[in-house]
Design a protein around this ligand. Sequence first.
Ligand SMILES: Nc1ncnc2c1ncn2[C@@H]1O[C@H](COP(=O)(O)OP(=O)(O)OP(=O)(O)O)[C@@H](O)[C@H]1O
Ligand SMILES: [Mg+2]
Length: 445
Amino acid sequence: MTDAPIRIEGLGHAYGKGALRKQVLSQIDLSIPAGEIVIVTGPSGSGKTTLLTLAGALRSAQEGSLRVLGEELRDARRATLERVRRRIGFIFQQHNLLAALTALQNVELGARVSGKHGAAERRRAAQKMLGQVGMGEHLNHRPDALSGGQRQRVAIARALVGRPAMLLADEPTASLDSHSGREVVDLMQRLAREEGTTILLVTHDNRILDIADRIVHLEDGRLQTHTESVIAQNRRMMDTLAQVANRRDMDAMVNDLDETGFHDLLEGISEESRQFIDATARAGDRAYTSLLKRGLFAFTRKLAGMLNADRASLFLVEGDQLRLVVAENLDELGEVVVSVGRGIAGAVAATGQPIRVADAYQDERFNPAVDRQTGYRTRSILALPIRDHDGHVFAVAQLLNRRDDQPFDARDEERFAGFMASIGVIFESFRLLTDKTGTREGTRS
Ligand SMILES: Nc1ncnc2c1ncn2[C@@H]1O[C@H](COP(=O)(O)OP(=O)(O)OP(=O)(O)O)[C@@H](O)[C@H]1O
Ligand SMILES: [Mg+2]
């Protein structure tokens, strides 16, 4: 097995000495296998550039261990740093092209740094690489005659022309509009995939997170997973979801809230969920999905309690079927799938109308198959459609068995609908995530 191009253990870094000493990185552990694209996010001053310059052998490491391309960089000699540096391509926020040189000459310079080619070969490699980044027509332009996006393409060509084992990029899209930014990262991704290049990329730009195999987050010089960062940025939602290690804790916590508290929580969560659907859906994070799932379960259950129902469940509409995704003991049940049009939930999905049923076994729409599978005896039902932004029914929520054995009434329906509007948003982000990560259990055709 080959060594991972980046293997960082317990890495720390401080600037300054004595009273001015300032610790900016602490206890960083990070291994990046060959060909993987890792994105580093984090607030300004959290140490991202410092981490990148350490990994790029641009400064020497002081604490912990930092192995890059097979060499230990902790307390490394200058010659070692230089040797490693030559095998790395760098892309910075500002393209850092030399203004006096043409695009072609800038890229040739990149080839020269890697030290692999003779002059003629360097020129051929530079021409080819500029062609690959779509700059074949601009070989002889100087940077000031190019747009920001074009300069960044030249910078990418320069970084990649020496066929580096690794590419380090610091905010490569920061000076670009979203369209050129997208093109630039797609290009980096494609070239990296073709060459098997490892990429470590720092960005604030949520729109490009999807190119990453993995996202890590720096907060005050410490590394977190993407899930932890979403938690950090969505205090309210994520505090709630993260405080608790398992479903039972989550239940207990949500249970302790009064109705106003619960309502506030849901409002806050749905607002934050709205904001983060974009970033997280792109990120496709399994751990986050599982947090969300725990949250959905707890909220649904809490809702059932507040509405004096014995149970609540959520079905996700997938084509012409409904999949049960939130229910008591779902983990043990395995997959429960019903057809749209079958059963009460299926009827809600088909008609888009809420349904109240006083006695399930007297209602011909009721499908006892789910009861058989779950071992539960349904009496009364209140079922509501959940709509996405386009008004399309993508899920069905159900309350089962009012505890006083009365049927659910219009007031129950109104309250349930009020809460479901909030849960719907969370649910939608959950759906986006499961689509993306494919975490659905079991397979159906
Ligand atoms: N050469 C230096 N000497 C002293 N302190 C420095 C030096 N470079 C950075 N710092 C400090 O180290 C901390 C981390 O800086 P760094 O540039 O790594 O942050 P960053 O996450 O890249 O921020 P940004 O998103 O603004 O680029 C900051 O507090 C910064 O002021
Ligand atoms: Mg920086």
